[in-house]
Design a binder for this molecule. Structure first.
Ligand SMILES: [Zn+2]
Length: 114
């Protein structure tokens, strides 16, 4: 019985060469963003990545947009925002207060003999 299956078996061992090269050559795109101070930032993104609408300016921290002529308005720490933040905080403030009061009461009860 001389079977001849030697030729087929010789292909075993062909490694997955070339797989590692993927990624290194991924094309990147550069997108310009301008902040309200007209600082231009050009971060690069993988071409298949989602490009954000705004980008924080690394120089002044303001949000920068892709439209040079209409950069996003800088957020101002003025009454309006403070008010918003205040409204938001009130919620957790309430919880925090309740927790604080509970803790205070417990403290008082523990220390009452003193
Ligand atoms: Zn800037």
């Amino acid at each position: 019985m001389g079977s001849g299956n030697a030729i087929r078996g010789s292909r075993v061992g062909a490694g997955p060469m070339g797989e590692a090269e993927r990624g290194e050559a991924a094309p990147r795109v550069r997108v310009s963003f301008w902040c309200a101070n007209m600082h231009e930032t050009r971060p690069s993104f993988a071409s298949d990545a989602a490009i954000p609408e705004t980008w924080d300016c690394p120089r002044c921290g303001l949000p920068a947009g892709q439209d040079e002529t209409a950069p996003p308005a800088p957020p101002k720490n003025e009454p309006y925002k403070t008010h918003l933040a205040y409204v938001k905080e009130r919620r957790s403030d309430k919880d925090g207060k309740a927790i604080l009061e509970e803790a205070l009461e417990r403290l008082r009860n523990n220390k009452s003999p003193w």
